[in-house]
Design a protein around this ligand. Sequence first.
Ligand SMILES: Cc1cc2nc3c(=O)[nH]c(=O)nc-3n(C[C@H](O)[C@H](O)[C@H](O)COP(=O)(O)OP(=O)(O)OC[C@H]3O[C@@H](n4cnc5c(N)ncnc54)[C@H](O)[C@@H]3O)c2cc1C
Length: 417
Amino acid sequence: MRTRRDPRAERQAKLVPGTARPRFLVGAAPAGFANAGAATGPTGRPRRDPRASRAAAVVRTAPRLRLDWTNKGQASLAIGTAQAAAAVKAAVRVIEEPAFLVLAVLDQPGGAPSDHDRQLIAGARLLADAGGGAVVAVTVEGVSGLGEAGADRLLALPADLAEGYEPERHAAAVLAAIETLKPRHVLFAESADGGADLARRVAAALGERLFAGVEALSPDRASRRARGGAAEMARAPARLMSVAADALPPHEGTVHEARTIPAPAFEAERRIGAVRPLAVDPDLIPLTETDFILSAGNGVTDWEGFAELARVLGATRGGSRVVCDEGHLPRERQVGASGSLVRAGCYVAYGIAGAPQHLQGITEVKRVVAINTDLHAEMIKRADLAIVADAQEVMPALIRHALERRAERQGKERRNA
Ligand SMILES: Cc1cc2nc3c(=O)[nH]c(=O)nc-3n(C[C@H](O)[C@H](O)[C@H](O)COP(=O)(O)OP(=O)(O)OC[C@H]3O[C@@H](n4cnc5c(N)ncnc54)[C@H](O)[C@@H]3O)c2cc1C
């Protein structure tokens, strides 16, 4: 038998007496009602308490009231205080004894996880959270940002595997991890950088089917397009799956522990050396496919310097309509509404004003660096990093810096060899 609710009486009971304007206590149901003091409402949905969230976001060490919403009101992040450090620590979610494990075999070992890797960890998180499981990111030691990406553990592969994709050794390492950890699911990146090949090698070695190119994932369903997009293929999440790029959103919210665990020993023949991308002339890569664009506008006058900088940085050259109209760059190099819509990871805009037609071409770009003499240029507003200076003066400085960094790197490689 269900209890009959009386919303008016419930509301009246929450009235806070003694305030000028009517104020209602929304944090918990009042005594005498079903759900009194509970964190969930009568419908079973979690109750929001805006006052508590605001109180949690107060940075206590600041002289004036300061709110920090970076952690969604869960913790105050006053840098350098023990109190804040403790708060951050408390916000980390630790899964000590998981019911099962989900492996996310990262595509790019070393450095920060790529976007695709983050999506992979998010997919693993989704499967793990459905039943008290934990996510193990398989990569090399020292990779940063895995806890924020949603990984509970980091299975540290030998450091030399970060240097490139070695098909046999990578497959042997993952097979040893599967043998030891007995995960419920193993997720790979469906990518040309090694993930797709690795997934198929592991599946073949285990004699199991791989559900490749997953585009939608939930705890009880994985799906992908079939027959050239004319049909959809769906099933319960398989043990071995590879995830398509940009199919799943990255994990947000809880920060996880990313505790390092050692990788089990493995043996592998090394018949194939490390698979590394071949160096190509960046100008031969179409603007829509390249990840790094050095783009020129009307503020550029030193065209030799611009070409030299692009060569040293290994960037693909692009430009505004004005410079293509004037013949400094071919028409197919034009970025913007009537040129190419680019999706680069980094776009360096040299002396480009940032007209709406140009900005339309870079809406999907992740990071913009602007060099412009005008502090108020629209491109400076759009930029993640801005240099307010003459484009011609910044070019030689950047070339010198890039060459110095390259010499340093080569020296280090020679010493390590
Ligand atoms: C229908 C239509 C479609 C269009 N499509 C496109 C398109 O696809 N792509 C496109 O780019 N444009 C397009 N345009 C043109 C667009 O409106 C702008 O005219 C153009 O983008 C301006 O190019 P710009 O920023 O290089 O030049 P300018 O507007 O001349 O700006 C030059 C910038 O360089 C800076 N500068 C000057 N000297 C220096 C220096 N020494 N060092 C550093 N900075 C300096 C200036 O402060 C200024 O911000 C289109 C226009 C129309 C009407």
